[in-house]
Design a protein around this ligand. Structure first.
Ligand SMILES: Cc1cc2nc3c(=O)[nH]c(=O)nc-3n(C[C@H](O)[C@H](O)[C@H](O)COP(=O)(O)OP(=O)(O)OC[C@H]3O[C@@H](n4cnc5c(N)ncnc54)[C@H](O)[C@@H]3O)c2cc1C
Length: 521
């Protein structure tokens, strides 16, 4: 990575939207939200006074621990809306006392040993792209202090097993570095979350991230062959196996453990050969429900397209894909082995039978994809102008989908008005699709009131989350639980399962130092 990460926004310092992209963003917030665009300077390290570290550096860990202001600021927040608001408010009250940057697994163990004996909380940190409050050191006053444990020096692909198509990869490596290391072998994981450039393998595993494939290999889970985790009680490493029926899976306990059970240090990951055959098309539908019927037909036909996304009329309009006149269905197939025309042909037939209007070219798809990749840079421009912008995602079975969507969308739209007194926008897309249901992803925007943005956001988030749990969805399909989703995660998970998780945590992390407040209260 060239340059330093921003501690208040997306990507590297001095990068962001270009002039044309800013003009489009500012056009949207002024015409749709009534916000007067202007440029606001972001926070600088020198603007912020941090509390003095409550911990002194133990001599034995001196090469691993840092207490410089930039490192402490960078490790205070992830990239969620409320975190960005607080960063622009120069509120870094929960900054970690120290940042640990271990060079190897022995360093990780040493940090955990010291933290356990000194009652210090430890927050595992990949690249801080959490959007659910997963990395903020907000741990209350039960602890003598907090250390953020950044895995960025564990950044190598260690071994490639070309026969089994798998690689042993360290947890702190960023997406593009995995890609570069595997390229000479003609392989890749082919897991591309939108945050690919600035997120790590360990973060993906810890959060059960959702990636490129819209069907079949939707989550990182599907690519994990085995995983190695350092816990305060010792190391757990699962056996490399293509599959196993030997009891509950140890990998399943670690995948999605969000830094609360241990520090993932490396994993054997299943690889794919690079695709040689591809086919794709875009279709228009009058509305989301019409497109959803076609998606269900393709999703249940056993064709498993790599791409099967829907972007509703609002999302298409906001992203500049069209003029809000239709929902866009994007279809794609890929294979490293065989032509995909037969699968493509059948999917096109199903979609057209259900009313899809095939686009003559892929202009709309390209416009959407470009805006989608660049969108993360928008928040640092809109937050200081008082725009409340956030996303949330879920999954629900097809039998409930239409009622679910109607309830969630209307609760969210109503909450925007209740919170701010103003109309906002709510748009939807499907990120992933299963034979038994879709994963809908919602984005909302509204002009908020500077000084009250956090309370207004909290009201909207609560109403939307209540609605999606009441309508039978999950509080998260791939963004994870973090601190923000805990109230609804507790409602969703079976109570006895919660107890079993607490018991597992008590064994693996007896002093309860790991990411307190996440997954286990
Ligand atoms: C613009 C944007 C787009 C996004 N797009 C997607 C998307 O398409 N799909 C998706 O699933 N998510 C997405 N996310 C969310 C986020 O990128 C994912 O949750 C990602 O997996 C986090 O990776 P990270 O390395 O940044 O982890 P961090 O944010 O640093 O950490 C996330 C959580 O994992 C824990 N953790 C991190 N590393 C380890 C480790 N080695 N061992 C144990 N625990 C660890 C942390 O304690 C924390 O609880 C997006 C976020 C942003 C800001």
């Amino acid at each position: 990575m060239d340059g330093r990460l921003k501690f208040y926004g997306w990507g590297i310092e001095n990068t962001g939207l270009d002039e044309a992209e800013r003009a489009r963003l500012f056009g949207f917030i002024s015409s749709r939200l009534g916000v007067e665009p202007r440029e606001v300077a972001p926070p600088r390290t020198a603007d912020i006074t941090l509390r003095a570290p409550r911990l002194s550096l133990p001599a034995s860990l001196a090469p691993v621990l840092q207490d410089g202001p930039y490192e402490r600021l960078l490790h205070t927040y992830g990239k969620s809306f409320p975190e960005t608001v607080r960063a622009f408010d120069r509120d870094f009250a929960n900054a970690p006392d120290l940042v640990a940057v271990p060079a190897n697994e022995a360093d990780v163990t040493a940090v955990l040993d010291w933290a356990g004996s000194a009652r210090v909380a430890v927050i595992p940190f990949g690249c801080g792209s959490s959007v659910v409050g997963g990395v903020e050191p907000a741990v209350g006053d039960r602890y003598a202090g907090v250390v953020s444990l950044d895995l960025r020096r564990l950044d190598r692909v260690l071994e490639v097993d070309a026969t089994s198509r798998a690689a042993r990869i360290q947890a702190g490596i960023l997406g593009p570095a995995i890609e570069a290391a595997l390229k000479p072998h003609g392989m890749a994981i082919r897991h591309y979350p939108q945050s690919f450039e600035f997120s790590t393998l360990g973060g993906w595993i810890a959060t059960r991230s959702g990636g490129h494939f819209a069907t079949l290999y939707t989550h990182i889970d599907d690519f994990v062959e085995s995983v190695r985790t350092v816990t305060p009680a010792g190391v757990i490493e699962s056996r490399r196996l293509p599959g196993s029926g030997a009891g509950p899976s140890p990998d399943r306990m670690i995948i999605g453990s969000e830094g609360a059970l241990g520090v993932i240090t490396e994993a054997w990951m299943r690889l794919q050969h690079q695709p040689r055959f591809r086919a794709g098309a875009a279709f228009g539908f009058p509305d989301l429900f019409a497109a959803a019927r076609a998606v269900r037909a393709v999703g249940q036909a056993g064709l498993y397209p790599s791409n099967l996304r829907v972007i509703d009329n609002d999302e298409a309009g906001i992203y500049g894909v069209n003029n809000y006149e239709e929902s866009l269905l994007i279809l794609g197939f890929e294979s490293s082995d065989h032509p995909v025309d037969a699968w493509m042909g059948r999917a096109v037939e199903l979609i057209q039978d259900l009313g899809g209007r095939r686009h003559a070219d892929d202009g709309a798809v390209l416009r959407w994809r470009t805006a989608f990749i660049r969108m993360p840079y928008a928040r640092e421009l809109t937050v200081p102008l008082g725009v409340i912008n956030d996303t949330f995602e879920s999954a629900v079975t097809w039998d409930r989908f239409e009622a679910f969507h109607t309830a969630v969308r209307s609760a969210t739209a109503a909450a925007l008005k209740e919170a701010t007194g103003r109309e906002g926008t709510v748009s939807t897309r499907f990120t992933h699709v299963y034979p038994d249901g879709p994963a809908p992803y919602y984005t909302f925007n509204v002009r908020g009131t500077p000084g009250q943005l956090l309370q207004q956001w909290r009201h909207i988030k609560t109403r939307a989350s209540d609605a999606l749990i009441a309508a039978g969805g999950t509080i998260t399909h791939h963004h994870a639980v973090g601190r923000d989703h805990m109230p609804w995660y507790r409602q969703q998970r079976p109570a006895l399962f919660g107890k079993a998780l607490e018991a597992a945590k008590a064994v693996l992390d007896p002093a309860a130092i790991l990411n307190p407040g996440v997954l286990v209260p």
